[in-house]
Design a binder for this molecule. Structure first.
Ligand SMILES: [Zn+2]
Length: 332
């Protein structure tokens, strides 16, 4: 079986990767569409070893569950997307409903588990969400990114007409701007890549280069989707007293120790203005499928390019280029 692997810091197309076998509770999936973003590039630069890839659309071809299990009946033969986060299901956190924060979790293609950039891969059946027939692969592939935004938005309480700034101009930031613009908020996207910012014009969302904005402490909510020292400093300069800064990612999460940036939050600024800081990492993927099927967000313009599966290694290198949106691989 062909797979795109990361081995000792190099990414390659491995033609003879061993076929995976689903363990009890797992499904075997044949992907039809795969997506590459900056996190895959970070994984390739980290100490991760194995099959890369965490975003897919595919078909379930086998499930290791009893024949009369309702999940098996629901998923076998179905087109699906799935969450890459795999909790252990057995630790105290998992048993108390905090499986998102499982201390022993692995992540498809990013952390201690083979990913989806292969002709076949395994994933817990519980992670999968079936797709409606009228949601095509090119839209469905955005379910994970949109799910991250919807999870964060669910944790917010908007009062009145809130002023919201979204920092960053990658796929998650561009989706956050679209989602928040539908929530009775005055939204602007602040980024560093003009071509990406320009997409906001299509959606009627205000946008600026982030070095052009004043630090006026007048925003109710700031979404930091960039996770760099610059963006975190800017977030604290924009947020009003008692406002909320939502941290969606850190550019250093997957980088090898010492190689990444370590964004520092200024405690004095947080205490002085009683700023709330909220971390968000979950993914409301089933909600995202419903939003995508209803056509409520534009994702087609977030596709940077489409390549063949065999071009995956080059595509992962290309994803390191700042400002690159999603690169899709045709895996069928
Ligand atoms: Zn656990």
């Amino acid at each position: 079986m062909k797979a795109i692997r990361c081995q000792q810091g190099s990414v390659l197309l491995a033609p003879d990767t061993q076929e995976p076998t689903p363990e009890p509770g797992e499904a075997l999936v044949e992907p039809t569409r795969l997506a590459i973003d900056a996190d895959d590039a970070l994984a390739a630069d980290s100490e991760f070893s194995g099959v890369l890839g965490h975003e897919f659309v595919g078909t379930v071809t086998e499930i290791n569950l009893p024949k009369d299990n309702p999940t098996r009946q629901q998923l076998l033969g179905q087109r699906v997307v799935g969450s890459a986060h795999v909790p252990c299901s057995e630790c105290d956190r998992c048993k108390s409903g905090l499986s998102l924060h499982c201390a022993h979790a692995t992540t498809l293609g990013l952390e201690a588990r083979d990913g989806c950039f292969a002709q076949r891969f395994v994933i817990p059946a519980a992670n999968l969400v079936p797709l409606p027939d009228d949601l095509d692969d090119d839209r469905a592939i955005f379910a994970s990114s949109l799910g991250r935004v919807l999870h964060a938005a669910r944790m917010l309480r908007l009062e009145g007409k809130a002023f919201v700034s979204v920092l960053g101009d990658g796929p998650v930031a561009l989706l956050a701007a679209q989602v928040m613009a539908t929530r009775n908020a005055s939204v602007r996207l602040l980024g560093t890549h003009e071509a990406n910012l320009e997409l906001c014009t299509k959606w009627g969302v205000k946008h600026r280069l982030w070095h052009e904005v004043g630090r006026r402490h007048d925003q109710n909510i700031v979404f930091d989707c960039a996770g760099t020292p610059e963006s975190i400093s800017l977030a604290l300069g924009l947020i009003r007293p008692r406002g909320m800064v939502v941290l969606m990612r850190t550019a250093s999460t997957l980088a090898p120790s010492g190689a990444g940036v370590s964004p520092a939050l200024d405690p004095a600024a947080i205490i002085h203005d009683e700023v709330q800081v909220l971390g968000s990492r979950g993914c409301a993927i089933a909600d995202a499928v419903a939003e995508l099927a209803a056509g409520r967000v534009d994702v087609v313009n977030l596709i940077a390019r489409r390549l063949r599966f065999a071009d995956g290694p080059q595509a992962i290198m290309a994803a390191k280029e700042p400002g690159t949106l999603k690169i899709l691989l045709d895996a069928a």
